[in-house]
Design a protein around this ligand. Structure first.
Ligand code: FES
Length: 199
């Protein structure tokens, strides 16, 4: 029988010939309206990308924190407290209390650097000039002012306030070193560096 050239009938292949697979259709099916469908393959791909971006974000964040570490900036342990002439006898100066937690005291003998750290639990006492004392607002400890600057006399503080090393710098200014402390109960207050002598 003669086969027409326009016929749709595919000629039969002989069983000895290898099967030829038809290439996949490279155009969307007729019912495809251009919408993206979440099938299993897309879902896995999407999950992979999300995991990748989370990894990238956390890595970048970690690197930035490494470059800008959290640092607490403490004031230096030594500081200059101006010239002796800047003070008058009998003065308890609070000029350096907020920044360094130190009172500079000028009495008849000279200068004392008194630590403004309560010896109970470390709060900052207040100087009450009218009551001639330092009073801690946390638990009520009291420390004497003139003439026994720093001696504890009321409240739970177990010992006097500490005095700090005080000397004259080369430029003539008062120099305080907060790292070197003098404790009354250890007999340190009689040491020369606990008092900057001035007439
Ligand atoms: S911390 Fe000063 S009395 Fe407790």
């Amino acid at each position: 029988m003669k086969v027409s050239e326009t016929s749709d009938v595919t000629p039969k292949q002989s069983s000895s010939q290898p099967t030829i697979r038809k290439p996949k259709q490279d155009r969307p099916p007729d019912d495809d309206r251009g919408t993206w469908k979440l099938n299993r393959r897309n879902f896995l791909s999407l999950s992979g990308w999300i995991a990748f971006f989370i990894f990238l974000f956390t890595s970048t964040l970690g690197a930035l924190r490494f470059m800008f570490p959290r640092v607490t900036y403490e004031p230096p342990s030594t500081f200059k407290a101006g010239y002796p002439e800047d003070y008058i006898i009998g003065e308890v100066s609070e000029k350096y209390k907020d920044q360094y937690r130190v009172w500079i005291i000028r009495n008849a003998e000279g200068f004392i650097a008194l630590s403004a750290i309560c010896t109970h639990l470390g709060c900052t006492p207040r100087y009450l000039a009218s009551e001639n004392k330092f009073k801690c607002p946390c638990h009520g400890s009291g420390f004497r002012s003139d003439p026994d600057f720093g001696i504890n006399f009321e409240g739970p503080a177990p010992r006097p306030l500490e005095r700090l090393k005080i000397s004259l710098a080369e430029d003539g200014q008062i120099l305080v070193d907060r790292n070197i402390k003098f404790r009354y109960e250890l007999g340190d207050w009689t040491k020369p560096e606990a008092l900057l002598k001035r007439g």
